[in-house]
Write a protein that binds this ligand. Sequence first.
Ligand SMILES: Nc1ncnc2c1ncn2[C@@H]1O[C@H](COP(=O)(O)OP(=O)(O)OP(=O)(O)O)[C@@H](O)[C@H]1O
Length: 282
Amino acid sequence: MMLHIKNISLTLGKMPVLRDISFEAAAGELCVIMGANGAGKSSLLNVIAGEYPAYKGVVRIAGKDLRTMSVAQQATTRAVLSQQVVLNQAFSVQEVAAMGRYVYNRQLDTLDKGIVQCALRTMQVYDLKDRPYTTLSGGQKQRVQMARVLAQLLEAPGLQELDYTGKKMLLLDEPVTGMDILHEQLSLQLAATLAAAGVLVVAVLHDFQLAAAFAHRILLLKEGALYTQGTVEKMLTSAHIKNSFGVDVDVLSHPQCNYPLVVTAATAGLFQSPAEKALNVF
Ligand SMILES: Nc1ncnc2c1ncn2[C@@H]1O[C@H](COP(=O)(O)OP(=O)(O)OP(=O)(O)O)[C@@H](O)[C@H]1O
């Protein structure tokens, strides 16, 4: 197993944030973590990323206990796209993407530069490479952050050339925030391509359609615990979605679509929406 999580619990301040979570994920999988705001998705990803060393339980990455891995070992095994990366200094887009390579070399060589260029082109931000990062739009910044983690992950300036099985893991926390539909698709397609090359991808997503179309497996978190996990078909049911999010939905199949479609209520539509009720308290 590429990732082995056993009995993970985490308390932040006085708050129990994760409760006894266990799961395993293999190289080449695209696992999607879903759940309501505050369910613990980012906290779980941050534990795996080595950001919260005070967790209880065991995290094993490619057979190694996370607690015994050096920062350098962690950085060369996994790349992390965190939620809301704030960079205020005057870096260019190219410099931000190149940050992904400094975990390997202090002085970037020809291979590093080729990989950075490949990552910028893949996320369609190559034309922005000399712009100050701070002047980009939200969605453009997110695309540059994806380019940075891609640059960290790749071992060659191309996507299909190598086998990453057992070597690399990609952690993505709401990677498509602010992206338009083309770049949402592009980012998930990229995640799927990396998974096909043997990378274990663990992504937090809020979008059911993206999760349904791309996930090999969905983990549903609820109040800090693993509520349930399984295939897209088993997880995206109206009962699980009601239990996790408190919303009535219908799950439809479409003849031209090989994954289920999750449909929410419209005003005066099929369902009584809790959103509508919430507005009536004032
Ligand atoms: N540093 C912290 N100190 C105390 N509590 C925290 C801290 N960080 C997060 N929490 C709490 O832990 C819980 C889980 O937060 P987390 O960010 O993991 O949720 P999430 O599922 O990623 O939510 P979202 O969908 O809003 O991103 C929340 O109740 C949050 O308020």
